[in-house]
Ligand binder design. Sequence first.
Ligand code: GDP
Ligand code: MN
Length: 367
Amino acid sequence: MNLYEYQARALLAESGIPVPRGEVARTVREARAIAERIGGLLVIKAQVHAGGRGKAGGVKLAHTADEAAAHATNILRLTIKGLPVNQVLVSSAVDIAPEYYVSILIDRTTKAPMIMASSAGGMDIEDVAATAPGKIVKVGLSADRPMTKTEAAAVAARLGFRGSAASQATDIFRKMETVFWASDASLVEVNPLVLTPTGTLWAVDAKISLDDTALFRHDALAQLRDESAEDPREVAARHADLSFVGLQGAIGCCVNGAGLAMATMDLVKYFGGEPANFLDIGGSSNPTKVVNAMRILTSDPDVRAVLINIFGGITRCDDVARGILTALDEIQIKLPIVIRLTGTREAEAKELLKQEGRGRLIWASTM
Ligand code: GDP
Ligand code: MN
């Protein structure tokens, strides 16, 4: 789950990281009121789950409340990387001199957290990695203990910070690590971290990605989810406790087990089809999961056929069959359904489906 910038800024601010004052607005009128309240040089920023907002016209400086309202009007009409902008952050702007990049994230190669930082901030870190990899500092972190002051100061020194800026940076890095652990994040990123001409550091843009599997430990963070900005299929799947990833193809896949789901998608692609989704109904024998899965698959207008691929180990095929029968009863399904069902209680399942499936299923005896 990704947080919006304004939410991420709030988390950073709570832990004592200097963040410019700002508030989120859903309308131009609200944006104007906030601008009047904050005053001074302002920045109006699109709140969407995408980077590169600056380049897309989603970040504008404003000198007056009128100007802020005009920018809010335009930005609230934008679509950035396919995402409609429904909210803007109206924030006090800072005088920008150099821009830095800092993040705490999981390093896939070492399978451990690391701090990644660069003096080439402001732009995408992927671009820095491609054009000037020498400008990126990476230091592994321990899951057993936080970064020491000395370790954080060494990173600050490698970015070129001196004097007071170095001690501010050291403090910010350590606080970012605190936020990373405290929120079970997979990414805490500040880009840019800005050094003003008067020598003060500010976290001007913030991105935080939370680990979905740890959200149950963070009620307050879980509340920050904005379902209106998510794929409606994925929202429905999450409510039904299904592991689902929406894709663009035409073949809806209903599979048990992540490995078999991946193999099924590969197979569909190998034979020239495009899967509409990854869907793992899990290892349990729960007919309602099948009903929910079928409901999600068949409500997607792009889906032209459903492929059910079940290998019953712990999952009982007869339970899956009952789920399918209930789904056929409860949902108007006009699509062809191809089914491969094998393993535990396979014979019972076939019998059930033969008697009550009314010839609606296309049987596959092997994968
Ligand atoms: P992103 O494009 O989605 O990463 O959005 P950012 O918040 O990082 O803003 C993009 C760029 O706009 C930054 O790199 C800055 O150059 C500029 N910018 C953002 N906030 C301010 C601000 O408060 N003051 C000034 N002068 N520039 C800003
Ligand atoms: Mn940014």
